[in-house]
Design a protein around this ligand. Sequence first.
Ligand SMILES: [Zn+2]
Length: 307
Amino acid sequence: MLEDIVTVDLPVDEQVAIKRQRIENGNRDKRIAIVTGIQGDELDGQYICYKLIKKLKENIKDVNGIVDVYPAINPLGIDSITRGIPMFDLDMNRVFPGYSDGAMAEYVAASIVKDISGSDICIDLHSSNEFIKEFPQVRIAENNKSLIPYAKLLNTDFIWIYESATVLKATLAYSLNQIGVPTLALEMGIGNRINREYCDQILSGIFNLMNEMGIWNCETRIPKEPMLSTEGEVEVIHSKHSGIFIHGEAKMGLVRKGDHIGDIVNPAMGEILESVYAPFDGTMFSLREHPVVYQGAVIARIMGDKK
Ligand SMILES: [Zn+2]
């Protein structure tokens, strides 16, 4: 059933509503929450929600629990093709856990946390931004290593274990983990696009997780064995110049030391300002897609043995 979990009045007698699609059957003791659309330019989650809800509805007899899908936490952002909340230019994933007596975004955030609380697990789906493409990955804070067994079920290529200090405390995932709802943030693809291959990969992971929890009775595919990496094994390559980034031959995935990732060029002078190469053998899991770069912009992230 599609329900409004929170509504906010808009200035001219309109309303914005955060929706929850609840699909339930059998034993209601177990509950999973699938959340997406916190950032309005991250759209892979829309495809995943569509496919997930369709399959659950068509196979309701195989559902044994509650599946709550929140397809648009920031509906104004999605509707207006904007990353943040449009009128305030505010990143929705920086206002959690919110405040029930607070301003609009804080009130909405608090209502969402309240609605999800009590779930046995939560999956928060993201699509990077419009600049960098990401391999399907789970990101976990170092002090939340108890999430790793869940993360391994999700059929991602790898699990990135962040140093706790670099994890933002105002995210939905952080807030839910704080109140005891194990929450996994997933990154995949690139903003403003849908990568069906990545989405289908994650979708089979979600069904696999639901199967392990006893919420989904159908047989599921055995997930990929993800690589686990800590921050120390990740090299972030930044641009040393401002210019236009042109891809080289190196593709996302396995790279060898010296593979050509791309060039930063000065179109006005017909010059290469900088050539970027893989510094060691490893897996390139983030790669610049947007060609306009300023000095310091992230070009790629590579995980591997830095020695
Ligand atoms: Zn995001």
